[in-house]
Ligand binder design. Structure first.
Ligand code: ATP
Ligand code: MN
Length: 464
């Protein structure tokens, strides 16, 4: 018999089909008439399908009546039109097979609703909850949208390394990768750890960004993007930071900052539109149960332009409200989350692109402006989550790049290959990084980033 999903079986056109459905029981209700109603979920959609299991089934007393929340079953039968509220169809079982029961004394996902914190302790079971199932379907749709967007626009998908020896950028927040015996570290003549004896003959780390390597490919193939895991050892226990997260990084030759901002806006709107079109049921759930501004916000955003404002103008605007901030601003400081949210939520009520930041607070590779004090950086700030994208036009002038490295005490020898991209056939180029989890957070309204990734890694936590 043909296997179909609950999502397929719930559609009116499925009426009359003989099919097999497999999944997990959410509830069982026995009727006085000697039959039972089961709510079956298989993760293909938010909704369950109602199964009617007749008392005639050979295993009705022995098995059907032992089913509780979490039990796994296969049901064969006919899909019929349903007169029940909120469902077009129901499944009349002619055969019901039990794969496994779930002891109601110990199975944690009973009727009672658990907090998201509690559910994190059950990372192996929380995918079976409505909320987490919806998060995962949205996350999947976002990933597909990301690839579609770039593939349709002629970008090449490149894979940048996860283990890297670029040891300068963000050194403080990198995880080390080593095969040295930590109990017997080899020492060199100066009693420093002798990395010559390590696997790569040098210190190695988990990547914090694929950007520098993506630039290599943009400077040969035009438009490229990376999409992979990224690691940051920063000890920030916030609702927006993970130690392991997924980042999308497009990098484009012959793009300036304006092109970059335009691409970022188009990109985000495409993702939002795709999710609005294809995840209606899940979004409706988030809007009803998690955050009732989620749907109107997304709909408004896809229809309107993002605000663009220079850092200098943004500071002027924030300074007027300094009294309300924990960290008052002045020209030259980095924006904190409270300032980012003020701009996106209170001041403009929509995503805001802040551009041209002070050179002292941004990395060496961002293109210097002629004013001598700012660089061609841009951050896209979203209501609730703050920074969702960070990017820039890259410095393509060799002499200025070397000067900027000097300002930041970086050793040009460590970046010889990066500098050679400027020495041989240099081109203007730009790119940005989008944190996948921040987008999913924004779309779903989930307040903690740990609830939008299957297995969150945060300081002190890596159980699964
Ligand atoms: P923030 O200031 O929010 O810590 P950042 O400026 O360090 O972020 P970038 O280095 O610009 O971040 O990284 C690009 C994007 O990656 C960010 O805009 C954000 O969406 C995402 N991102 C950065 N750090 C994290 C993290 N620890 N966990 C999840 N996403 C992150
Ligand atoms: Mn940033």
């Amino acid at each position: 018999m043909e296997k179909i999903t609950v999502d397929q079986a719930r559609k009116a056109e499925a009426v009359g089909r003989q099919a097999c459905l497999q999944g997990w029981v959410r509830t069982r209700r026995d009727s006085k008439g000697g039959f039972s109603f089961l709510e079956l979920n298989d993760g293909s959609c938010m909704a369950n399908i109602q199964v009617i299991a007749d008392g005639d089934l050979p295993n009705y007393e022995s098995e059907v009546k032992t089913l509780t929340a979490g039990s796994s079953i296969a049901v064969e039968g006919e899909i019929k039109a349903s007169s029940g509220k909120g469902q077009a169809t129901e499944l009349h079982a002619s055969r019901l097979h039990v794969y496994g029961l779930a002891d109601p004394e110990t199975y944690p996902l009973q009727k009672k609703r658990h907090s998201f914190e509690k559910l994190r302790e059950w990372a192996h079971l929380r995918p079976r909850t409505n909320t987490f199932g919806a998060v995962m379907r949205v996350r999947n749709r976002v990933c597909r949208s990301i690839h579609d967007f770039f593939q349709n626009a002629g970008f090449l998908y490149v894979h940048t390394p996860i283990i890297t020896a670029s040891d300068c950028e963000g050194a403080g927040e990198m995880f080390k990768v080593t095969t040295l015996d930590l109990d017997k570290l080899p020492r060199d003549g100066q009693n420093k750890i002798d990395f010559k004896q390590d696997f790569f003959d040098r210190p190695a780390y988990l990547t914090v960004s694929g950007q520098l390597e993506a630039e290599i490919f943009a400077c040969a193939l035009g438009k490229v993007y990376t999409f992979g895991p990224t690691f940051r050892a920063e000890n920030s226990n916030t609702s927006r930071h993970l130690a392991e997260f997924w980042m999308v990084e497009p990098e484009m030759a012959f793009f300036d900052l304006e092109d970059n901002m335009e691409l970022a806006e188009k990109f985000l709107k495409t993702i939002f539109r795709d999710v609005l079109n294809d995840c209606g049921e899940d979004l409706a759930f988030f809007n009803e149960r998690v955050d009732d501004t989620v749907l109107p916000t997304l709909e408004k955003i896809v229809a309107a332009d993002f605000v663009r404002i220079s850092y200098t103008d943004a500071i002027a605007c924030l300074e007027k409200n300094n009294a309300s901030f924990d960290y008052p601003v002045s020209w030259g400081v980095d924006l904190q989350s409270e300032h980012e949210r003020f701009l996106a939520e209170t001041e403009f009520g929509c995503p805001v692109i802040v551009h041209d930041y002070p050179r002292t607070i941004k990395p060496f590779y961002m293109r210097a402006n002629d004013d001598g004090r700012t660089v061609r950086a841009m951050d896209v700030l979203a209501p609730k989550v703050g920074e969702i994208i960070g990017g820039s036009q890259r410095e393509e002038r060799l002499d200025i790049l070397e000067q900027r490295m000097g300002e930041q005490d970086l050793n040009p020898a460590d970046y010889w290959w990066y500098l050679e991209l400027r020495k041989y056939g240099t081109v203007p180029h730009a790119g940005f990084g989008l944190g996948l989890e921040r987008v999913v957070q924004f779309i779903t309204g989930m307040t903690n980033i740990r609830d939008v990734i299957p297995f969150p890694r945060t300081p002190g936590s890596a159980e699964f």
